[in-house]
Each structure stands twice: as structure tokens, then as C-alpha cells.
Write a protein of this length. Structure first.
Lengths: 107, 42
């Protein structure tokens, strides 16, 4: 995953309070990989986030609980056409797996 | 997850939703983007 050093530095600079990650991944596999990297560390052990558990909440911009909060006109202009291109159900299922795993690890 | 008042790291993707589009959308929901990236997943 590109940009790991930048993300790590941003988290260190701003802290984790009131911080979350929003993805725009096109499929469940890439969304799940990003979420895994940003919660439990880089699974490939190749980047700066290897062994670093940031524990950040990770969501996809098209998940219903997220996109319901976007202004209707803005949503129509920028996201609505992607509803047919992205498998939001599978993406949500993938992210739920990572969130539940993270929740279990931290409880 | 409530977006209003949250700081957000945006990781868009070239073949999905690109970073700047996500940035515009979450600003309309009252969130503050603190980092906006657009990745190319290979």
C-alpha cells in the first residue's frame, strides 16, 4: 500500500481522537487490505506500518451509514453513478470482518 | 459512525472513488479531511 509513511506521520501529528479513515476502493479485496493495514499493521510486512497497529476505524465512502450523511446534491454529483459500479454489499462485508476482528482484539 | 466534527484520512482509489471526490462529499457532512490520497491498487 502506497503512502504508509505519510499516513503514519499524519496520525502521529493529529492523534487518534476523532480520527477515522474513509476509503474509495473499487472492490472488497482492496478495501479489506487497506483496512487490515490501517488497523492491525501492514500484513505484507513490507511498509512502514509493518507491526504498527494504528487501530483506526475504517469505512468506505459508499457504505450506507456514511453516505447517508452527505449532502444530497453533492452525493448525486459525485457518488450516485458509482452505485452500479461498486459492489457495496461485499465491500461492507469485508470491512465488517476487519472491524469485528479489531474489536475482538481490543476487548 | 458520525462524520460531523471528525478528522478524516481519505484514501481514494483511481479505479474506484478518487480522493478529491470523497473530500468534497465529507466536507458537506461536516468532517475535516486532514490527508487526501488517491491510490493505484495493483
Amino acid at each position: 500500500m502506497e503512502g504508509q509513511e505519510t499516513i503514519k506521520g499524519t496520525v502521529e501529528q493529529h492523534g487518534k481522537n476523532d480520527l477515522l479513515v474513509l476509503l474509495g476502493s473499487p472492490d472488497a479485496n482492496s478495501a479489506e487490505l487497506y483496512a487490515e493495514t490501517l488497523t492491525n499493521g501492514d500484513p505484507s510486512w513490507a511498509g512502514p506500518l509493518a507491526g504498527v497497529s494504528l487501530g483506526l476505524p475504517v469505512y468506505h465512502i459508499m457504505e450506507p451509514e456514511i453516505n447517508a450523511q452527505i449532502d444530497t446534491e453533492v452525493y448525486k454529483e459525485h457518488l450516485e453513478f458509482l452505485e452500479i459500479a461498486l459492489d457495496v454489499k461485499k465491500i461492507t462485508e469485508g470491512l465488517n470482518r476487519v472491524r469485528q476482528k479489531n474489536c475482538t482484539l481490543n476487548s | 459512525m458520525v462524520l460531523k466534527g471528525k478528522k478524516v484520512i481519505v484514501i481514494g482509489e483511481r479505479d474506484g472513488v478518487q480522493g478529491p471526490a470523497i473530500e468534497i462529499c465529507i466536507r458537506s457532512a461536516g468532517a475535516e479531511p486532514i490527508l487526501v490520497l488517491t491510490q493505484c491498487f495493483v
